[in-house]
Structures are given as C-alpha cells and as structure tokens.
Design a binder for this molecule. Structure first.
Ligand SMILES: [Zn+2]
Ligand SMILES: [Zn+2]
Length: 160
C-alpha cells in the first residue's frame, strides 16, 4: 500500500508527455509557465507551497509574481494534474492524472512526504456512508496524517 520504491513512478518525460496529451485532448493549453510549474512540483520529492514554487521560478530568472503562480496552480488543479493538500497548504503532483478522483493522501507528519492512494474501496465506502446521511458527495479528498516508514525507522534523510 505504501510503495517504498520511488522508482515505481513513470519517468519524468513520460509524465510530462502524458500531461501534454491530456491538455491537447481537452483543448486547453499547457503553456510554458504551467509546464514549468508542473515540472517543479514533480521534480521535488515533497509537496511544495506556492512560495517555494515561486522561489524556484525566480531562480530560473522568471519575473514571477504570486498571482501568476496561483493561476498556473489553479489550471493544473482544474486539469487534475496536481492536488492541493489543504491541511498543509501545499501542492503535490498527481500519480494518475488521466482519471478523475479525490484520492487519499498519507501525509508524514515528520518529513512531509506524501503518498497518494486512489483506493476505490475507500471512495465507495465514503460515498455509501455519505449517502446514508443523505449527503451528496461532490468531491472527496482524504488527508491522513501519520508517519512514513522511514520516519518510523528513524532513517529519514530529510528533516524539514
Ligand atoms: Zn491524483
Ligand atoms: Zn516521514
């Protein structure tokens, strides 16, 4: 359930190409800036806040202002290429951008690493429970706070 091997993810280029194709199919434009923001989020091992993204953009030599970054992030969120984790106010790349989903997120309290699960069983159960309360579910995102395997073992290389 918690893939310990980071190599399971498709390569960077494959994912970018996939994002390009998705945008093309939907008739929306993955502009240079949007693409770069997506790249930054994907290449970072942990979810990032908007200002950290802005810092990287400025390091690129771009004239970035917060609204520009937020617009790019909104676009990527709308297209389901990234998720916003409300509890930490950070953005994480989606591991299954092709399909619409809420997702369940295992967030490590200690190192900030996030693991996205898309368990249909959890989603269905939540929908069923909500329906029992006559509640119409529009989207569901589950954020679970805990400790990742590395932090449990005390071997996390990163304390940030
Ligand atoms: Zn996702
Ligand atoms: Zn951790």
């Amino acid at each position: 359930m918690y893939p310990s091997d980071p190599g399971y993810a498709p390569s960077f280029d494959t994912r970018l190409a996939q994002a390009e194709t998705l945008c093309q199919e939907r008739g929306v434009r993955l502009t240079d800036l949007r693409r770069r923001v997506l790249e930054i989020i994907w290449s970072h091992p942990k979810p990032m806040g908007a200002y950290a993204i802005l810092d990287v953009l400025r390091g690129d030599g771009r004239q970035g202002a917060p609204p520009t970054v937020y617009r790019a992030l909104d676009f990527l969120l709308e297209q389901g290429l990234i998720h916003r984790l409300a509890s930490l106010n950070v953005y994480a790349g989606c591991c299954q951008p092709g399909s619409r989903h809420g997702g369940q997120f295992l967030i490590c309290r200690d190192c900030g690493q996030v693991n996205e699960m898309n368990s249909p069983a959890v989603e269905n159960l939540l929908c069923a429970e909500a329906a029992a309360h006559c509640f119409e579910v529009l989207t569901q995102m589950v954020e679970v706070l805990g400790r990742c395997p590395d932090c449990q073992r005390g071997t996390s290389s990163d304390v940030g």
